[in-house]
Design a protein around this ligand. Structure first.
Ligand SMILES: Cc1cc2nc3c(=O)[nH]c(=O)nc-3n(C[C@H](O)[C@H](O)[C@H](O)COP(=O)(O)OP(=O)(O)OC[C@H]3O[C@@H](n4cnc5c(N)ncnc54)[C@H](O)[C@@H]3O)c2cc1C
Length: 411
């Protein structure tokens, strides 16, 4: 439920009501039945915010893996989400100007779909509605956590809302503040940052022919280009473009006239879906690999982009954060049942230990894919030719690649 004024004391406070913070709050309620913990979510942007205001729920679309579908199913949100998603039945990976092509199909992997594309605003609306209607979760928005201070027994938080400042206490703070974290800076939590010198250019785009639920990932001389299938709207065959370009090309491409951009895209993507008939508003996102050096402290755990921000090439950022969420929620549920303190290092270290393998594997998979497929040096071109061919030809490799893409690689 939405509130105007917070109480003085909570068991758990989530800083950031983006995709990860709200998913976590919903998952925790589902795990513990909702009645035994007091939970507050603090979000800086208004929930009724219009276009592209709240960073998590802007104009982008997200490819949810099959594993994430199972997670949303487990926490009772899939039924509502399933009306808003476009299934990915086939993934088509190719390399412009070079041989080597691989296709992954849902039938081969015995699932209804390899993944699902959801528009971030629609995912946001489902998550926010769930929070709003849940008596167990309080949400205050717009409100900003200005500072957190560890005390001997809990965390003290200063929250600003308009002219008011509230001081509250929590046993555990879940920091889901996104990639630019003021709180981490205050606490001296450093990050390892590797700038890819690339931007992701995003736009909704329409084609002459229907996509038939195929997602395309194409590696081009300017960087990986993905077209994710979207439901058609107003008779248009829509897809979502996620195009990685070098930072120094980003402004030029964003400012390009429609016909020049259409030509450039057709040249990179080819004629698979016929002519491009419409290109919507364009947005650019700088891309880095950014990993927090500490994910936990007594009474504090980092979740989502604040813990690890990944390149979108493999669509793994939110999917990994959802798997982290479920492992954390399961450990917190155990702590509640066994009357352990939620913020104790035993509980939090257990979570980190359980998720470490998945995090390392996903980060490495994404980083290597980015580097191999964003580079036209002869060695890298050869590596990806062989990579695509071997994925196509060697069943265990193919299965491994598909499982990672489907969010099942940690099993
Ligand atoms: C172009 C692009 C495409 C992507 N595609 C995919 C994909 O297909 N699949 C996938 O799995 N992932 C994808 N990702 C990654 C995914 O978008 C991120 O992993 C996800 O958005 C992280 O969500 P978050 O909640 O951690 O952070 P954010 O989305 O940044 O949300 C943080 C929230 O915290 C709030 N906040 C910040 N500071 C405070 C404060 N002090 N007090 C209160 N509130 C605060 C902000 O207002 C915001 O709402 C993509 C990323 C990009 C850039």
């Amino acid at each position: 439920m939405y509130i105007e004024t917070p109480e003085k004391q909570y068991d758990l406070v989530v800083i950031g009501g983006g995709m990860v913070g709200t998913s976590f709050a919903c998952a925790l309620c589902s795990e513990i039945g909702g009645k035994q913990l007091s939970i507050l979510v603090v979000e800086a942007f208004p929930q009724s915010a219009g276009k592209a205001q709240q960073p998590s729920f802007d104009a982008r679309s997200t490819a949810l893996s099959y594993g994430s579908r199972c997670i949303y199913d487990d926490i009772g949100l899939w039924r509502e989400l399933s009306n808003q998603v476009t299934p990915i039945k086939e993934i088509h990976v190719s390399d412009k100007g070079h041989f080597g092509l691989t296709r992954l199909n849902h039938i081969e992997h015995d699932v209804e779909a390899l993944g699902y594309v959801v528009e971030n605003r629609q995912l946001g609306s489902v998550l926010n509605n769930e929070v709003k209607n849940s008596p167990a979760i309080q949400m205050i928005s717009p409100a900003q956590v200005e500072q957190i201070r560890p005390t001997s027994e809990s965390m003290q938080l200063a929250i600003s809302r308009g002219e008011s400042i509230f001081t509250i206490e929590a046993s555990l703070v879940v920091l889901a503040e996104g990639g630019k974290s003021m709180i981490c800076d205050q606490l001296g939590i450093d990050r390892v940052v590797d700038d890819y010198n690339q931007h992701a250019l995003i736009a909704n785009i329409a084609f002459e022919k229907p996509h038939k639920n195929v997602a395309y990932e194409r590696f081009t001389d300017t960087g990986p280009l993905a077209i994710l299938p979207l439901e058609s709207f107003d008779g248009e065959n829509r897809g979502c473009l996620v195009w990685t370009v070098a930072t120094n090309q980003s402004d030029e491409i964003q400012a390009m006239g429609i016909s020049a951009l259409t030509k450039l895209l057709m040249d990179r993507f080819g004629n698979r879906l016929g002519k491009i008939t419409h290109i919507g508003e364009r947005f650019g996102y700088p891309l880095t690999l950014s990993i927090a050096k500490e994910q936990i402290r007594p009474g504090l755990v980092l979740l989502g982009n604040v813990a690890h921000t990944l390149h979108p090439v493999a669509g793994q950022g939110l999917n990994l954060a959802l798997r982290d969420t479920m492992v954390l929620v399961s450990r917190l549920g155990q702590a509640v049942r066994e009357s352990e303190s939620l913020g104790s290092m035993t509980v939090l270290q257990d979570y980190v230990d359980r998720q470490n393998f998945d995090q390392q594997k996903t980060i490495t998979f994404t980083d290597q894919l980015t580097r191999i497929f964003s580079n036209n040096q002869r060695g890298r071109v050869l590596a990806r030719k062989l990579g695509l061919l071997s994925i196509e030809l060697i069943p265990p490799l193919r299965r491994g690649f598909a499982e990672q893409a489907m969010g099942l690689g940690s099993r």
